[in-house]
Design a protein around this ligand. Structure first.
Ligand SMILES: C[S@@+](CC[C@H](N)C(=O)[O-])C[C@H]1O[C@@H](n2cnc3c(N)ncnc32)[C@H](O)[C@@H]1O
Length: 194
């Protein structure tokens, strides 16, 4: 389990191997296919926020959260440089008090960054942050390793975590996108059933 200082230290020391340095092709796919259309969207664990910038540019109302102050500061500077707007919140998403639920969530490498012992609590957060019928654009990291982070998000385990009573899975949108040499993500589009 990582604490906020560990994440902050990684940003301060430039140890951000997860960061592509650009917007994810997964997000571009969802935008181009119009599965994801401008709406009020949350990006939890946004990091440097390349996807936050892309969403803001496309006219989404974006709220982005991260526990690491440097990540939030970097993103604030990028938004300013590109004259874009998004609401940035530096906080622990497990204790964050939601004011207004979201139409959609873009989940990119936040789940896999958490220890599996925290996944059930994170799933509850994702569920509660969304409006009824809200959409979760999820990417499940595939490492085939037992240790982490990033932790392997085995699809059968994800189906148990995001249970059918609470989430409708849309398998027709599954694709795989390479993340780095040994890692890739499977992307799924889930809808809150209630
Ligand atoms: C692997 S990084 C991914 C960052 C970004 N999504 C990306 O793909 O570049 C995980 C991010 O989650 C943030 N994070 C971890 N635990 C968190 C928590 N409890 N609340 C908010 N953010 C958290 C970290 O600071 C880090 O920026």
């Amino acid at each position: 389990m990582q604490n906020s200082n560990e994440w902050e230290n990684r940003y301060q020391q430039g140890q951000t191997g997860w960061d592509r340095g650009d917007v994810s092709p997964n997000l571009l796919h969802w935008l181009e296919s119009e599965l994801l259309k401008p709406c009020r969207i949350l990006v939890p664990g946004c990091g440097n926020g390349h996807e936050v910038l892309a969403l803001a540019e496309k006219g989404f109302e974006v709220v982005a959260i991260d526990i690491a102050p440097t990540a939030i500061e970097n993103l604030r500077n990028s938004l300013k440089t590109r004259q874009l707007n998004a609401e940035l919140i530096q906080t622990d998403f497990f204790t964050w008090e939601l004011e207004k639920p979201f139409d959609a969530i873009y989940e990119q490498t936040s789940l896999c960054a958490l220890h599996p012992d925290e996944w059930a609590e994170y799933e509850k957060c994702l569920f509660n942050w969304l409006k009824p019928k809200g959409k979760l654009f999820a990417q499940f990291m595939q490492t085939e390793e037992e240790s982490g982070p990033p932790f392997h998000c085995d699809i059968p385990a994800m189906i148990e975590l995001f249970v059918a009573q609470r989430w409708q899975w849309s398998e027709q949108h599954e694709t795989e996108v390479v993340h780095s040499e040994n890692l890739y993500e499977k992307m799924y589009f889930l809808e809150k059933t209630l």
